[in-house]
Design a protein around this ligand. Structure first.
Ligand SMILES: NC(=O)c1ccc[n+]([C@@H]2O[C@H](COP(=O)([O-])OP(=O)(O)OC[C@H]3O[C@@H](n4cnc5c(N)ncnc54)[C@H](OP(=O)(O)O)[C@@H]3O)[C@@H](O)[C@H]2O)c1
Length: 255
């Protein structure tokens, strides 16, 4: 296959979690540009959202679902609803995530539980439910959104760091089982990206300055920086890439 054609996603269906805003929205729009129809889900996603308008303007379909990933039964129901609606995803972008900042000594257990549930357990359950069909069909692409805190400990976010460390291991665990069955499982680890997730950091002048000083690219990342990496890992161009955590961070990890 011609190398440029190997990036083409025409006729494929991608489920993108956390598609309403931020990095998920950037990835949903990129996959649509590459030809995929998008099934979007987030806790508050409603019909006719901005991401839906952007995807349909590209000539692709966008089907919105609402699901609160902190509710395990709701996640299972969402997976069952997809099947009942006849959605057989070619691509799953496991991107929805939350963050709670408070020093470890005062970090509440219910915050810990919620972050682990949304960022790790819900992603395992969705991958298991959607991955099963991919394995049966002998093809599929699963992409997690990891983090620099897959590798580093972070500051005042113990649950988040633990959840994202877990995502790194889950990526490899699923890749080991499914690489030989035609399903690629990989992750993208964003650096510091200007979204709602990092608003508190950008509003703190000291943290904001120290973060920016360490990014060789000299700027915070943007959702559109994930377009190329997401299409690459969602497409045939990455068919021999398995269990990889692709860091997209303007060079932070290299410092
Ligand atoms: N920004 C960064 O610097 C950075 C760095 C490393 C990793 N990440 C990761 O990248 C992913 C996307 O983050 P972002 O920066 O784009 O954040 P964001 O702008 O805050 O968007 C988060 C998305 O996840 C959805 N979501 C949050 N909690 C949910 C829940 N309980 N159930 C269902 N959906 C939920 C949100 O839904 P609603 O829109 O409906 O509220 C939203 O669409 C996350 O996994 C995050 O940990 C971000």
């Amino acid at each position: 296959m011609n190398v440029l054609q190997s990036f083409d996603l025409t006729g494929q269906t991608a489920v993108v979690t956390g598609a309403k805003r931020g990095i998920g929205r950037g990835m949903a729009e990129a996959l649509a540009q590459a030809g995929a129809d998008i099934v979007g889900v987030s806790v508050t996603l409603e019909p006719n959202s901005e991401v839906e308008q952007a995807v349909t303007a590209l000539g692709r379909t966008f089907t919105p679902y609402q699901c609160d990933f902190s509710d395990r039964e709701a996640v299972k129901n969402f997976a069952a609803q997809l099947e009942a609606d006849g959605v057989a995803p070619d691509i799953l972008i496991n991107n929805a995530g939350t963050i709670k900042r408070k020093p470890a000594a005062e970090h509440p257990e219910d915050w810990w539980d919620e972050v682990i549930e949304v960022n790790l357990s819900a992603q395992f359950i969705l991958s298991r439910e959607i991955g099963r069909g991919m394995v049966e069909r002998g093809r599929g692409k699963i992409i997690f959104t990891a983090s620099l805190l897959t590798f580093q400990g972070g500051i005042t976010v113990p649950g988040y760091a633990a959840s994202k460390g877990g995502i790194g291991q889950l990526t490899k665990a699923l890749a080991n089982e499914w690489a030989g069955k035609g399903v690629n499982v990989n992750a993208i680890a964003p650096g510091y990206i200007a979204t709602d997730n990092t608003q508190a950091l950008r509003e703190d002048p000291d943290r904001s300055k120290s973060i920016l000083e360490r990014i060789p690219a000299g700027r915070w990342g943007r959702p559109e920086d994930f377009a190329g990496p997401a299409v690459f890992l969602a497409s045939s161009a990455s068919d021999y890439v398995n269990g990889e955590i692709l860091v997209v961070d303007g060079g932070w990890m290299g410092r």
